[in-house]
Design a protein around this ligand. Structure first.
Ligand code: ADP
Ligand code: MG
Length: 587
């Protein structure tokens, strides 16, 4: 029995050790588990913390979700709206598409129509272009023929003018030009009430062309006047002094050819006679070169042309002498004569008839001039003596008829036929004393270069030979006719007006008698016509320049002047003859 007990003890021992080991293992396991548990606690705490955080996040998330939901709801409603809009847009697009298709179809249709129209139009345009080309070439041909016709017309007109001039010369007609002056500021100042009415034209006289004047005058209660007048030349208001002189200029060539020439300005007072003959009144410097004064009149230009023509042919140089005479209140005054005190003033003279029937003014003072400047200085100085008076119509109205005579004398030529003529008038040269003293008048302390010309006298030139008158140029600026009621003059001026009107009436009577070829021509009715007898009824080339105002208020005087001009044109005095030397070809 101890052996068995030992075995039990070993067994139990073993068993205890085994159990110990198991307990140890279990304890280790417990420690392990406790550790694990601690870790798990830690993790739990961690997870709890995380869960806290998560729940916070979940809360926030929930909030966000709510928000999101709100937004989603909003978005959904917007989406729904958008969908409706999209539907509408789709609908519109559909409609647009269909209308675009319609339009396109229309356009295509129209394009086709247009295309065909364009083709037709292009064809038409081509046809037109061809037609235009044809017309252009026709127009070119017509233009060419018009040019040729115009040239031919100008040539024919020129020829007609030359023939007319020749005819005028052969018949001894008086050439008549008419100048219509422009309407001037002073016309407006005293305008008549009718022409203040703008529907009534203030101008009644018009230059229709360079040969025709038209007067259109309608007066209430009077027959309407619509009348044309023809003259050798008509100058419109815009035509310059130069143009007027160009027409007059050939007469100066005739003068040097030996023809007596007279240029006379006729017209109502204020119608531009003195302007046409001399130039504007306000001219300050008389001796400026003529070409530098564009508005100079016929007299200074004629002087310049005369000296130019003379200088062109020095071998024949005629000597030039000038006399200045005015007819005032039917008396003749020599404006170059000086009275006994050598004071310049007009000296009364008379017209006499020579044995040869020529009209002469004995003792008329002549001064030799050698240049345009000398001529202008002399004439301008003497014109200051001319009688003037301001009237309602014209502030600077000349009250006398002015006659400037330029006499050309040639050197003696004993074998010339002219020297054998009995009525040779002689001009004495300045440095030779006059063989005769004047029969009338108050002169004579004859100034240097002054000579007197007496018919019948035969003074000798510096060489002891007689000098012979080659030709005479008379430049006449008549006083203007005027109606006393209109010009508003009284007293002495009224007397002057009466003399002026009477002398102009006498001039018209002379022309009337000449045009009707009456046996008796009343030259002696006035000093003016008596003085101009050789010119009016003789063989001089006479040019009358009718000056007229275009204004309605002067219409009656304008018609009167045009009537005078028409009558003057009817005068036939026989062919003009060159003067006392053999003429060259007449121009
Ligand atoms: P008339 O001598 O006939 O009485 P004027 O020659 O003295 O007249 O002219 C009257 C006014 O008209 C002057 O002031 C003159 O300068 C002006 N006059 C005349 N004719 C013309 C014209 N063609 N162009 C410009 N002014 C002119
Ligand atoms: Mg005058």
């Amino acid at each position: 029995m101890p052996a068995r007990g030992g075995r039990w003890a070993g067994f139990w021992e073993q068993r205890a050790r085994q159990l110990q080991r198991q307990v140890q293992a279990k304890e280790e396991r417990i420690v392990e588990l406790e550790t694990e548990n601690a870790i798990l606690h830690l993790k739990l705490a961690e997870y709890q913390e995380m869960t806290g955080k998560s729940s916070h996040a979940a809360t926030r998330f929930c909030l966000l979700c709510d928000e999101q939901e709100g937004l989603q709801r909003g978005t959904r409603s917007s989406l729904a709206q958008l969908c409706r809009v999209i539907q509408k847009v789709k609908q519109d697009r559909k409609e647009l598409r269909s209308s675009s298709l319609d339009l396109l179809r229309d356009c295509q249709g129209q394009q086709q129509d247009c295309g065909s129209e364009i083709v037709t139009a292009v064809q038409g345009a081509q046809r037109h272009h061809e037609a235009v080309l044809a017309w252009q070439s026709k127009a070119g041909c017509l233009e060419q023929s018009l040019r040729e016709t115009t040239e031919r017309y100008q040539l024919e007109k020129q020829k007609r003018k030359q023939l007319h001039n020749r005819l005028v010369e052969l018949k001894g007609n008086i050439r008549v030009h008419c100048r219509i002056r422009p309407a001037l500021p002073f016309d407006k100042e005293s305008e008549d009430p009718l022409s203040q009415n703008s529907s009534v034209s203030a101008e009644v006289a018009h230059a229709v062309d360079d040969e025709t004047v038209l007067v259109r005058w309608d007066r209430p209660g009077h027959p309407w006047i619509n009348k044309t007048y023809n003259f050798e030349r008509v100058y419109g208001p815009a035509e310059s002094q130069r143009v007027v002189f160009e027409e007059v200029c050939p007469l100066l060539t005739s003068l040097l050819d030996g023809y007596n020439v007279c240029i006379m300005a006729y017209g109502q007072t204020g119608s531009g006679k003195s302007y046409t003959m001399m130039g504007p009144h306000s001219r300050k410097e008389p001796v400026l070169p003529v070409e530098s004064q564009g508005d100079l009149g016929i007299i200074p230009r004629a002087a310049e042309e005369l000296f130019r023509l003379i200088s062109e042919n020095p071998s024949r140089s005629p000597k030039v002498a000038v006399s200045v005479v005015e007819v005032y209140n039917n008396d003749i005054f020599d404006l170059l004569a000086k009275d006994s005190c050598a004071v310049t003033s007009g000296v009364k003279r008379e017209v006499l008839t020579t044995k040869a029937g020529k009209k002469e003014i004995p003792s008329l003072t002549y001064e030799s001039v050698h240049s345009t400047e000398e001529f202008l200085t002399l004439v301008d100085g003497r014109l200051r003596l001319r009688a003037k008076h301001a009237t309602l119509v014209h502030a600077d109205s000349s009250r006398s008829h002015l006659i400037i005579t330029v006499t050309l004398t040639t050197a003696p030529s004993w074998d010339s036929p002219a020297n054998r003529q009995s009525d040779v008038s002689v001009l004495k040269e300045p440095d030779c004393p006059s063989p005769r003293q004047p029969a009338t008048g108050r002169r004579h302390s004859a100034a240097h270069r002054t000579s007197s010309w007496s018919p019948g006298a035969a003074p000798e030139g510096p060489t002891g030979h007689m000098e012979q008158v080659h030709a005479k140029l008379q430049l006449v600026d008549l006083a203007g006719s005027e109606c006393a009621g209109v010009s508003g003059v009284t007293g002495a001026a009224l007397r002057e007006t009466s003399f002026i009107n009477r002398s102009l009436a006498a001039l018209a009577d002379v022309l009337g008698a000449l045009s009707e070829r009456r046996g008796h021509v009343p030259y002696r009715n006035s000093k003016l016509t008596h003085l101009l007898q050789d010119v009016l009824g003789g063989d001089a080339k006479l040019l009358v320049i009718l000056c007229v105002s275009p204004c309605r208020k002067h219409a009656a005087e304008t018609l009167q002047s045009l009537g005078f001009g028409t009558r003057a044109r009817q005068v036939q005095r026989g062919p003009a003859r060159a003067g006392r030397v053999a003429p060259r070809t007449p121009r």
